[in-house]
Design a protein around this ligand. Structure first.
Ligand code: F6R
Length: 609
């Protein structure tokens, strides 16, 4: 999982490469590098650390030239170091490449190439591609690259550059994203749109197996067989500002604050004008089909998996269909019982998560119908699934997912109502009443966001604790899981979420004086039981921060502090309770001086297994 860029045109390539990479650092940031052709030779500059380290290294001595490629890395094969940073070259320095993905058969290839006399400089899987190209080169750049592609196995997006062919860049992809930005007298290549959006909104999104020859004034795309492919230009409908911080100190904070708009955008167009029904015109399945399957699997990773847990709750409750939720990395290795009567829903902000994509492909092979919930139009998962529901959250740049989660919840809620309409499992009156509560959510998220001071105070007070526990029952438990994940990933505090009733089966042993426990108590049917669990931790002298719906006068009697969110239907309250938990994670990370947008060891888009 890495970010790659390429430039060909009349302008100085290095400027675009460094700027583009800065927009892709969410994909990896343990080392970075660029290679620029100066008319005679290719200059490669790389450095371990953030892009800033590379900029420092280059200083005012910018590589000159109008053809170049760049890379920001998240290490898989070979630890982060100058040597392992991309771009990688062959022995002669004639061929230079950047790669995102994994070359699975690199060891066998490497042994063979070493025997043939190639001298490897790094421990990466990627470097074999450069040497292999040198080995098979026949004078024709493109056909030699095709020969390399026939010999490598794995997942990749690759950009190739050669001193012998300075009028072109060649790029291709398999299971990793790649877009080409169409300019005037210049063209761009990148892993993702934010890298090119300040230069152009007109793009081609490459499909697996496609290969593009990108010149200054032309882009030629062919398929695996070498046949020309006619592609539609994909016009990006958001602007560069959406991918900038817009006055916020961090993308995470900006994205938390974008949630009112993101949830509004995601729900609008999907509510009938009279407010009585959900419409999902984008689903091309007929009512008979939606009535026919007997099981739903929701498969995802991380935060998207947590959204799936809430999705299960919604669909089972509203549409009365059995739903199982699984993490994608487990799902396909346990021979899941999937057939043509199964609906598989995959959830992925990026639409590129490798495990989720693999689970999707495997379920299709087994005959399931598939539906993707994703935020990225044209992503691999969007293209692979039979049907897609887009969250209209706009680009999510911070590694910690926030607005993607809330918009995924919105879609699950709407999908459950939509299924309930079709299956007749809820009365029209109940559906209408829930839709009217749903429409209040954007304003209620704004209201929740305006009450930030107490959260800042808690973050300062408890930000240096080593452990924090989150407890809740029913939907509160699902949100607790997400709250704990947010805290650990950005602040590095050890945080665990438990179904409140489970505490006494082991974890209570960890509750000692002064340990912060965040207790969510918004679900009426289990409210009394949650209170009992709160009393259990209070009896062990934990410090309890309770999270309740406005108007709750009971909880404050048993906890040390209370945070309230506006009242709504208890099915919808996760959309509100998650907001203070996101803010708490953010401000705890600030208190501890953590790099919020780029937490250690993590990257935004996990395109490796
Ligand atoms: C956590 C986070 C990750 C992602 C996970 C799946 O804040 O961002 O847990 O949710 O890597 O990513 P997507 O949704 O892109 O498939």
């Amino acid at each position: 999982m890495c970010g790659i860029v390429g430039y060909i045109g009349d302008k100085q390539a290095a400027e675009f490469l460094l700027d583009g990479l800065s927009k892709l650092e969410y994909r990896g940031y343990d080392s970075a590098g660029i290679a620029v052709y100066d008319g005679a030779k290719i200059r490669v500059e790389k450095s371990v650390g953030r892009l800033a380290a590379l900029r420092d290294k280059i200083g005012s001595n910018m590589p000159k030239g109008t053809l170049g490629i760049g890379h920001t890395r998240w290490a898989t094969h070979g630890r982060p170091s100058d040597r392992n940073a991309h771009p990688h070259t062959d022995c002669s320095g004639d061929f230079v490449i950047v790669h995102n993905g994994i070359i699975e058969n690199y060891l066998a290839l490497k042994e063979d190439l070493i025997e043939k006399g190639h001298d490897f400089k790094s421990e990466t899987d990627t470097e074999v591609v450069a040497h292999l190209l040198e080995e098979v080169y026949n004078g024709d750049f493109v056909s030699s690259i095709r020969e390399v592609l026939r010999r490598i196995e794995g997942s990749y997006s690759l950009v190739f550059m050669s001193r012998k062919h300075p009028d072109m860049l060649v790029c291709t992809k398999q299971d990793n994203p790649l877009v080409i930005g169409i300019g005037e007298g210049e063209n761009f290549i990148a892993s993702d749109i934010p890298a090119i959006i300040s230069r152009t909104r007109r793009t081609y999104i490459l499909n697996d197996g496609e290969l593009a020859v990108v010149k200054k004034d032309s882009i030629q795309i062919t398929n695996r067989e070498g046949e020309a492919v006619t592609k539609k230009v994909f016009e990006v409908n958001w602007n560069a500002e959406a991918a900038e911080k817009g006055g916020y100190e961090h993308f995470m904070l900006k994205e938390i604050h974008e949630q009112p708009k993101a949830v509004r955008d995601t729900m609008s167009q999907r509510i009938a004008k009279d407010g009585k029904r959900i419409v999902m015109d984008e689903l091309k399945w007929d009512a008979d089909y939606l009535n026919s399957f007997n099981k739903i699997y929701i498969v995802a990773c991380g935060t998207a998996y947590h959204a799936g847990l809430v999705g299960k709750f919604y669909i089972e409750k509203m549409a009365r269909v059995l739903v199982e939720v699984d993490v994608a990395s487990e799902f396909r290795y346990r021979n899941p019982i999937v057939d043509e009567n199964t609906l598989l829903i995959v959830v992925s902000q990026s639409g590129e998560t490798s495990d989720t994509l693999a689970a999707l492909k495997e379920s299709k092979r087994l005959g399931a119908k598939t539906l993707a919930i994703t935020n990225v139009v044209g992503s691999s998962i969007a293209r692979e699934a039979d049907q897609v529901l887009y969250t209209w959250a706009g680009p999510e740049i911070a590694v910690a997912s926030t607005k993607a989660y809330t918009t995924q919840l919105i879609l699950f809620f709407m999908l459950s109502l939509y299924m309930a309409q079709i299956r007749g499992t809820q009365s029209p009156e109940r559906v209408e009443a829930l839709i009217s509560r749903l429409k209040e959510i954007p304003a209620q998220v704004s209201e929740t966001l305006s009450d930030v001071e107490p959260i800042k105070t808690f973050a300062k007070q408890y930000g240096f604790n080593e452990d924090v526990f989150y407890i809740g029952r029913a939907l509160d438990y699902e949100v607790a899981l997400e709250g704990a994940l947010k805290l650990k990933e950005v602040s590095y505090i050890h945080a665990e979420a438990y179904a409140a009733g489970e505490l006494k089966h082991g974890t209570l042993a960890l509750i000692i004086e002064g340990v912060p426990v965040i207790a969510l108590a918004t679900q009426k049917s289990v409210y009394e039981k949650t209170l009992s669990n709160i009393k259990e931790v209070k009896a062990r002298d934990a410090v309890v921060i309770g999270l309740a719906a406005a108007g709750d006068t009971e909880l404050s009697k048993y906890v040390d502090h209370v945070i309230t969110v506006p009242q709504t239907d208890e099915l919808l309250i996760p959309l509100l309770t998650v907001v203070p938990l996101q803010l708490l994670a953010y401000y705890a990370a600030i208190t501890r001086g953590c790099d919020v947008d780029k937490p250690r060891n993590l990257a935004k888009s996990v395109t490796v297994e």
